[in-house]
Write a protein that binds this ligand. Structure first.
Ligand code: ADP
Ligand code: MG
Length: 387
């Protein structure tokens, strides 16, 4: 994130609103290293922040008006009155930043208005949380400008509420927490039950490794409905096993739990994924803390098999990335995010990255798929003020 971006965003703010912004803030997108579909089961996740960020220039207003502009969306400045903000009243991109203002005010914080101009380098709809980046950058700016003194994890909660209630999208707490709380060179080990968190060193470059994100650029149409079904299936599993959430099924009690679910083939598979996935997160944490980054590769690959075979949310494009990367020498690979499209991650020796990228691109062309977008994910900083 260069100084030049902050200057350009502030300059555009001046053109739009005819005055200087009070400051410029940035908040990143994220990828989840491991811990998929565990967040709504009170389990573990392990995201890290991308170098890709939403950047917002913001100024306070005292007159109950919110003005919003995105460089990345056609159309001019949108003007809203704070006392008219209402959940699910807005189907446009403006619902994300307006939802944050609504959530802050609904929680009793005296926010009296703002002018906002933003732009983002987080690809949208690729499972990299461009929506959370947008929410968190606005929340952090308002936190500073109104001296609200909220911590990252509190801002994340408010942003989640904005997305769940105001926008109307059911999401867990991972994305906003990652954007708000991640640190450079670390992955964030997050317990989604009590939101306790630990920064785990994840400095790939120092160990001669790199991590690629492969955005398949597909989003299969049935993905939202399938998400709902998986979620409901997990809740049914917890109810049948008599626990609050699948998080409460211990790894060493898995065999017994699966036996109790002998007549529920579909639920059994979901339970097996969630319980083994929580264990994989804990294994990755231990390996990274021991400094054995290379050894996490096979754990990532195991996670993919579990999502593909037990949770059944992969798709031909994601499987092709994983299979091709592994054949071309990757240390590990898995789909990341909700599934049925979006992105996969590939852990590789730095020296193998070019060969791997070419192999994946060629495999996509040969299969007749849309060309994927491949980029490197360097564990980067969480939300911050940049000027
Ligand atoms: P994801 O978070 O996985 O990228 P979502 O569907 O949750 O996908 O969020 C994408 C939405 O966020 C976009 O459709 C748009 O409404 C909003 N958004 C993301 N980036 C921008 C941006 N730069 N400008 C305006 N709106 C954005
Ligand atoms: Mg999102």
């Amino acid at each position: 994130m260069s100084e030049a971006v902050a200057v350009a965003v502030a300059e555009r703010f001046r053109e739009l609103y005819g005055a200087d912004p009070d400051g410029v803030w940035a908040a990143p997108g994220r990828v989840n290293l491991i811990g998929e579909h565990t967040d709504y089961n009170d389990g573990f996740v392990m995201p890290f922040a991308l170098p890709h960020v939403a950047v917002a220039a913001v100024a306070r207003r005292a007159d109950g008006v919110l003005r919003l502009h995105s460089a990345d969306i056609e159309g001019g400045v949108v003007e809203l009155r704070l006392d008219e903000l209402a959940p699910q009243s807005d189907r446009n991109w403006t619902a994300y930043p307006a939802g944050v203002v609504w959530a802050l005010r609904d929680a009793g914080h005296d926010v009296t208005g703002a002018d906002v101009h933003l732009t983002s380098s987080v690809p949208t709809g690729a499972g990299l949380s461009s929506s959370a980046a947008l929410e968190v950058v606005v929340a952090l700016a308002l936190n500073d400008l109104y001296a609200l003194d909220l911590e990252g994890r509190q801002l994340a909660r408010l942003c989640q509420r904005a997305e769940n209630v105001y926008v109307g999208a059911p999401t867990g707490i991972m994305d906003q927490t990652a954007s708000a709380c991640c640190e450079t060179g670390h992955a964030l080990f997050l317990d989604t039950r009590d939101l306790s968190q630990r920064q785990i060193p994840f400095d790939l470059a120092a160990e001669g490794m790199r991590l690629l994100v492969v955005d398949t650029r597909v989003k299969h149409a049935h993905s939202d409905g399938e998400y709902g079904k998986r979620r409901a299936g997990c809740e049914k599993g917890a109810a049948l096993l008599g626990v609050d959430a699948l998080r409460d099924v211990p790894f060493d009690g898995l065999a017994a739990a699966l036996e109790r679910l002998a007549d529920e083939e579909e639920v059994r598979r979901l339970v097996r994924h969630v319980v083994t996935e929580d264990e994989r997160v804990e294994r990755v944490v231990s390996l990274l803390e021991e400094g054995d980054t290379r050894a996490i590769g096979p754990v990532l690959t195991e996670g993919h098999a579990s999502l593909r075979d037990d949770f059944r949310i992969s798709c031909p494009e994601l499987d092709l990335v994983v299979d091709t990367a592994l054949s071309a020498g990757a240390l590990g690979a898995r789909m990341t995010g909700g599934g049925f499209g979006g992105s996969a991650i590939v852990l590789a020796q730095a020296a193998d990255v070019d060969t791997l990228t070419k192999a994946v691109e060629e495999a996509f062309a040969a299969a007749g798929f849309t060309a994927p977008r491949v980029f490197e994910a360097v564990p980067s900083a969480g939300a911050r003020r940049i000027s």
